[in-house]
Design a protein. Sequence first.
Lengths: 325, 273
Amino acid sequence: MIRYIARRLLLAVPTLAGIVVIVFLLLHLAPGSPVTAAGGESGRRISGRAAEEMRRLYGLDRPLPERFGKWILRVVRLDLGESFVDRRRVSDRILEALPYTLTLNGLALLLTLLIAIPLGVEAGGRPESAFDRISGAALFALYSTPSFWAALLLQTLFSVKLRWLPLYGVASDPEPSGLAGFADRISHLALPVVCLTYGSLAFYARMVRAGVAEARNADYVLAARARGLSRREALWKHAFRNALLPLVTLLGLVLPGLLSGSVIIERIFAWPGLGRLYFDSILSRDYPVVLALSLVGAVATLAVTLAADVAYAVADPRVRDGTAE
Amino acid sequence: MRTLRRLPGSGKAALAIVLLLWIVAAFSPAVSRAASDIRLENRLLPPSSSHPFGTDDLGRDLLARVVAATPISLAIGLTAAAVSLLLGFTIGGISGYFGGATDLLLSRFVEVVLCFPVLFLLLALAAFLPPSPAAVILAIGLTTWPGDARYARAEILRAKSLDYTRAAKAAGASTARILVRHLLPNVFAPLLVSAAFGVAWAILAEAALSFLGVGLPAPASSWGGILSAAPAYIEEAWWIALFPGLALFLTVSAYNLLAEGLRRATTERSGYR
């Protein structure tokens, strides 16, 4: 067990190194030096002293390997630098936006699982049945619907025509109080959460369906039926439980997908989360923020994948013994 | 050809829609004048018999604009998917065929790129490269190849373990001969499936970039570019959001459906699920 975890951690080291290198290269791919870009492209003038300070901060007068070394040392100390836009610490700006993105994506993920699992188990329990075909076609259509288009249509219907929900924003009242304030927050969350949910819904439901459809005819499910369990019980308690394990490892892949979705959805709904921070930073060439967010996003994905793999190994001894497949 | 005949009904319908879209694209120069005809007195007109899709904020006919954007969206989707496939199948193929240290190294690389949120990389590339159609194509290709590489690696590994490949190797066939005569025909079908899914994704990615304002530079406008005006007029002109998005949805679902059909047709033939 410990050997498996150690090996898995060891394998993550080169991946982590690769992530850091790619992020570093991303900065140097940018046209001009970050210093001129920060002043010129966004129309802001940078004073000679500030430019000098920035050049020193990034060590742009030093050769590439030395720059890389210095940058690594700062990243290891969790020093992500200062934003070009407002001179505040990048880590502060990220921590400010994080709760908004967590709320949005957490709710979206919860909703996705709550719908995808029953849907997938029902469809997988009876492959090629009417329910399977209809739900499959509906999910397929959702999967092909661009999220920004869905967002615009939902806004038109629910905000402009019906006037049920607000167009965008976090809350109508900046200091919400009591039940009304809570309801107001929820009404602002409704559309962005729906838009983030429906795309991953198709992906998850298909995975659950495939797992259950395959486990459905396994001996232990037939044995459960023979012992007198109802079809539903056999599916949920036996087939689904076994199909669940591979799904855990897929959770690691959800994170980059959700962050990607956040960029578009947070922009349309003026939601002050990480996605919008990233997009705004790209437009204003705020390189320290762009780099920090790329690094944080990739490292978080790696960490979640790692945790999922370890959880899988804890739950399934065949994985850690290397006897699976 | 045999693959096409084996397509399920939905796949044949999807193929028909894809062909129709390309025909529309071929004839789209006919409306290019109407698409760029600015008439401010006609601005934001709702759909009517003279403007079936309504008009945009500059009084241009929206139907003409959607038709004129068809070749742009389709061509960018196709070329970006081709770049991604070429990169992905080369890297994944090498990784799967040679195995060992090469495989370990390349697989790590794929894993690294997959850790990044796709849209983060896509936006950074699209915004940092000088704006041009080539930049959009490159940005999409450079960010989506890891998926193709994983797929290609698995397919090569499967084809490599087939009896006749092993027989050819035992008979002393050269690496080049095995690759060209035995492995390539076997990964052709998966390549086709991957290509169809890739085009759907690339069209979507281009639309997202253009919608966010970092896609194609003006005056070229794709469906995503037309849609980018929609949020500003959401209160008064729903048609700017509806019709270009509908074209996008139709195209993306047609390619996805075609890919799904191709997958079924080819996997049934080669006898595994």
